[in-house]
Design a protein around this ligand. Sequence first.
Ligand SMILES: Nc1ncnc2c1ncn2[C@@H]1O[C@H](COP(=O)(O)OP(=O)(O)OP(=O)(O)O)[C@@H](O)[C@H]1O
Length: 205
Amino acid sequence: MKIVLAQIGRRFNREWIFNHIDYTFETGKSYAILGINGSGKSTLLQIISGALTSSVGNISYFMAGKEIQVEEIFQHFSLAAPYLDLIEEFTLLEVLEFHFNFKKRIDGLTNEQLVDLLNMQKSKNKQLKYFSSGMKQRVKLLLAFCSDTPLLLLDEPTANLDEQGIIWYLELVKTFADNRLIIVCSNQAHEYAFCDHKILVADYK
Ligand SMILES: Nc1ncnc2c1ncn2[C@@H]1O[C@H](COP(=O)(O)OP(=O)(O)OP(=O)(O)O)[C@@H](O)[C@H]1O
């Protein structure tokens, strides 16, 4: 997969958040979008995911040399982000079942294997509204990493995770990152240290 940004800019009302971004993202590489709070990392990630349009410029997506339209791109990425909500009335098993109706499971992982990966056997029949914020974050990350998509988008992946959770996240990266295009929005070194390329939003002010 290849994503090409050409002179991308975004403003809200009269304020330009960033402008003139020319950048190419490619499969097999990992990228960190970096910047202080409010610098525009999530805005850029949402443009890449097609959830938000840019104010100027063009974004193009290619898979196996064939162009994909932005309306289709949702089928090809998984996203874990603070603004993405889980259905809290569902139990963990119901969340897994529901999510994987829409996305293919990586390596055909079963619900039991996914629960084991989360280390949440005791909580599999519990509604998510009773999960701690760290547990919900682990579920979001697992759904993203274990969906068979070429593009993995992670916004603040270790938000709400304790030290053990951060180690668990880095294990997910090791196990499920191969041959994918990964883009991480972050301002915490431990969550993007593995990334090959770094993009500073402040360079595009
Ligand atoms: N819908 C919107 N309307 C107006 N302003 C917005 C909107 N969405 C974002 N902004 C503004 O755009 C700027 C960038 O926000 P964004 O959430 O992309 O930053 P961020 O770098 O991801 O921040 P954080 O590290 O805190 O998550 C902020 O000043 C924010 O207030």
